[in-house]
Write a protein that binds this ligand. Structure first.
Ligand code: FCB
Length: 452
């Protein structure tokens, strides 16, 4: 299926399985690396876990009703690998698949197009026990899981996203150890970086040969480094960050090459024809955008640098992430100019602000409204200037389990009271509803061409 030039732009919202579903031991699901990690003392703030999260597994109908009232045209969800394949591979778990069947049917009945991410970090623990992404066999494991899942849901789900933010999974999970699986080892990091790319390439190839009508893509987190001081060591590590974080995933996928400076580190893991396997045509690229990274050289840290907070005079979110909508526009232009890029969906963008329920029972999250307004404006500017962007998904529909920070950072358009599971749409929810109503029918700019 190729996207016709009159296809409307899609406004959406995104979530991920481990962050919202809960029901971690129900209907045959087995533990993922995030279950193991969050249950390990000291890994997640306040020892919080995704055991219940937003209880979306049981409340998905109520959540889809919130989506329908919001007026979103598309919803990005992720599939829990260990719900579908409790052993990581082999026989599918019918009760796990049933959940996604019901979810997809309910979305379609509400007029919402599902975009499904196959891997949003919750690797089955049983596969981690065999080395996870450090083991080259992951390419085959992932591709069979992808084909099995898509063959069950793909009569209704047309848009498939292979990976979510491989850079974050590789760096935080395998170099810094601050995310699951909690490894801090340079070799594991390099192996994981390459095997993520390889798994993605092998899965795209397998899915493509199973059904040519599926729209296949992947989601990268783009983040350019900014020097945190004037030293020449820092200048060098900013380049290193850009290579490891952006170039190692954009390069092999879109230009058939890893950044030259990183090749010697990855070489031990690259077999002949791997790069060709990774360089698969894709129908769209998902871009998650949050902020730039202020970087400083730190020779004793695993990657040789550390991320620091932006200078005090700059506006920032409650996560200490710089607020700089112009950079969002600029990075999209940079992507468009530097790579031969397929159509783009912004698969995540949003902000954590400390919001609370006021005396009137409402959540007046004016900062989030200003943020979304400015960032959507920046994206539309990039689009006007020729970047082929087909959709935008707010992160997130709901406040949820924000990985190692637990439930503290609230990114949702809807507040969730985790004691009672009450949902309270914030002011930003009503703002986005109104915004979508007014911008429902923006079509793709004439100049944008689709890769069908
Ligand atoms: C992204 C993740 C997403 C969420 C947001 C805030 O890096 O993909 O799951 O945690 O950050």
């Amino acid at each position: 299926m190729s996207i016709s030039p009159v296809q409307p732009f899609l406004w959406g919202a995104a979530t991920a399985s481990y962050q919202i579903e809960g029901a971690v031991a129900e209907d045959g699901r087995t533990p993922s690396i995030w279950d193991t990690f969050s249950h390990t003392p000291g890994k997640v703030e306040r020892s919080e876990t995704g055991d219940v999260a937003c209880d979306h597994y049981h409340r998905y109908k109520e959540d889809i009703e919130l989506m329908r009232r919001l007026g979103i045209q598309a919803y990005r969800l992720s599939v829990s690998w260990s719900r579908v394949l409790p052993e990581g591979q082999g026989k599918p778990n019918e009760r796990g698949i049933d959940f996604y069947d019901r979810l997809v049917d309910e979305l379609l009945a509400a007029g919402i197009t599902p975009f499904a991410t196959l891997f949003h970090w919750d690797l089955p623990q049983t596969l981690q026990d065999r080395g996870g992404f450090t083991n080259r066999d992951i390419a085959g494991w992932f591709s069979s899981y992808a084909v099995q899942t898509a063959s069950r849901l793909g009569d209704r789900v047309k848009h498939w996203i292979m990976l979510n933010e491989p850079s974050v999974f590789a760096c935080l999970g395998h170099a810094l150890g601050t995310h699951a699986p909690g490894i801090s080892d340079l070799k594991a990091f390099h192996a994981t970086t390459h095997h993520l790319n390889l798994a993605q390439g092998v899965a795209i190839q397998a899915l493509r040969s199973a059904n040519v009508s599926w729209q296949l893509g992947t989601t990268l987190n783009l983040q350019r480094g900014v020097p945190g001081d004037d030293s020449k060591e820092t200048a060098a590590v900013v380049q290193r960050h850009n290579d490891l974080w952006n170039g190692c995933f954009l390069g092999p996928l879109l230009s058939c090459a890893y950044p030259d400076r990183i090749v010697p580190e990855l070489e031990p893991f690259i077999h002949s024809s791997d790069i060709e396997l990774i360089h698969q045509p894709i129908d769209f690229l998902g871009v998650n955008y949050y902020s730039r990274a202020y970087i400083r050289a730190k020779p004793c840290s695993p990657l040789g640098y550390e991320r620091i907070v932006p200078p005090a005079h700059l506006p920032r979110t409650s996560f200490e992430w710089e607020i700089n909508p112009q950079e969002f526009c600029d990075i999209l232009l940079w992507l468009h100019q530097s790579y031969s890029c397929p159509p783009i969906y912004i698969t995540e963008n949003g902000a954590y602000f400390n919001d609370f329920i006021s005396e009137d029972g409402k959540v007046h999250d004016a900062e989030r409204i200003d943020f979304l307004n400015a960032y959507i404006g920046a994206m539309l500017e990039a689009r006007q200037r020729g970047v082929d962007i087909c959709g935008y998904f707010v992160w997130s529909l709901l406040d949820n389990f924000e990985w190692a920070c637990g439930y503290r950072p609230t990114f949702g358009l809807v507040k969730v009271d985790f004691e009672t599971q009450t949902r309270i749409p914030k002011d930003s929810y009503y703002w986005y509803e109104d915004f979508i109503r007014q911008h429902r029918n923006i079509s793709r700019p004439e100049s944008a061409s689709a890769l069908g």
